[in-house]
Design a binder for this molecule. Structure first.
Ligand SMILES: *Cc1c(COP(=O)(O)O)cnc(C)c1O
Length: 347
């Protein structure tokens, strides 16, 4: 088999959910964000493992994702949709019992007209200016909205991965002002907010990236491993080059392994010059440009030809690769391509 292999450790996923659950008091329910195909890892497997571990509140970005989760997990769990109630979503929301997180007065009208009595939450904007009702709009419709018994009022922190950022306390204060005394369950925090401490926990938390082993959850167990099979090995002499554009030229004789996997697998070209793959604990630097389907790797210093090399694993996690690409672990995960063979280690 020559396709690169992504191994997803569902035990580590569940351990991360439990650790984030333990970080808040038992009065706070820990949900799970499984949008974007479970951060690229395969939503069916991720959803099943988390449900089995006890997660009951799931969050997705759009109704179509919610439909897939409902099909996987059946009627018992709660599925909340961040995009709210969009035109064209009514049948899915109604038939599959999804809960839209209503983010505007227009959406609220659409929802109560199309699906009277159907559960929904309210999403408030507390400064991120991305999704959610503006405070003024909320204050204008609040009494009407409360009569319709929303199941959750939520907002989202813009800077939770920077604990000392003044934005955190500003958003916290505004969220409290907008929700105090309403008797509706509240939710403010994703992974970063959970780590800011109990004030930020409210009734429900919504961790995503921390479940999948990414920062800002530093203690997270790594969830993914990416192994690339070696498909050819050759010796080159000083002055020879490797890959498109001849960007790397050997100073000395070198042994180059060509591994299967490239930017079509979501291994961004930009990481090439800074990144090594691993043979066990031994780093083997990438040589030349990353191609669509293959990468040249320097194995001159190895004593044996390896069958495969590891890009993501205990030696090197998603945040290190993200650094090399000038991005964040979230993007590394959600870029992982369709062509990868995915294997799941059961929890
Ligand atoms: C993606 C998202 C989350 C999860 O965030 P993480 O940083 O991955 O934990 C929570 N809430 C909302 C509104 C989101 O968009």
């Amino acid at each position: 088999m020559s396709t690169a292999r992504l191994t997803v450790d569902l035990g580590a996923l569940v351990a991360n959910w439990r650790a984030l659950d333990a970080a808040s008091s038992s009065a706070t329910e820990t949900g799970a964000v499984i949008k974007a195909n479970g951060y690229g890892l395969g939503v069916e497997h991720v959803a099943r493992a988390l449900a089995k571990a006890g997660a009951r509140k799931f969050f997705v970005a759009v109704a179509e994702e919610g439909a897939a989760v409902r099909e996987t997990l059946g009627p018992e769990v709660e599925i909340n949709v961040f995009a709210g109630h969009m035109r064209g979503d009514t049948d899915m929301i109604g038939d599959l019992n999804l809960r839209p997180m209503i983010n505007s007065v227009d959406q609220m009208l659409r929802h109560v007209e199309a699906l009277p009595g159907h559960p929904f939450g309210i999403q408030l904007d507390t400064g991120m200016n991305r999704l959610g009702m503006e405070p003024a709009d909320w204050l204008a419709v609040r009494d009407t909205a409360l009569e319709l018994s929303p199941t959750l009022i939520m907002s989202h922190l813009a800077c939770a991965d920077e604990p000392d950022h003044a934005m955190n306390t500003r958003q916290l204060r505004l969220f409290k002002e907008l929700t105090a005394g309403l008797g509706v369950p509240c939710s403010l925090s994703a992974t970063g907010g959970i780590l800011l401490g109990p004030e930020y926990h409210f009734d429900v938390t919504r961790p995503g990236i921390g479940l999948y082993g990414g920062l800002p959850f530093e203690e997270a167990a790594p969830v993914v491993r990416l192994d690339l099979p070696v498909i050819q090995v050759r010796e080159i002499q000083a002055g020879e080059s490797v890959g498109y554009g001849n960007t790397w030229v050997a100073n000395d004789r070198a042994i180059i392994a060509t591994v299967s996997g490239g930017y079509a697998e979501g291994i961004h070209r930009i990481i090439g010059p800074k990144t090594s793959l691993y043979a066990g604990d031994i780093p083997c630097p990438i040589r030349g440009r990353i191609s669509m389907d293959s990468i040249g790797v320097d194995i001159t210093h190895l004593t044996e030809e390896p069958q495969g090399l590891t890009l993501l694993g205990p030696q090197q996690g998603i945040d290190l690769i993200a650094d090399n690409a000038g991005t964040i672990g979230y993007e590394v995960l959600t870029s992982l391509g369709e062509r990868l063979t995915r294997r799941y280690k059961p929890a």
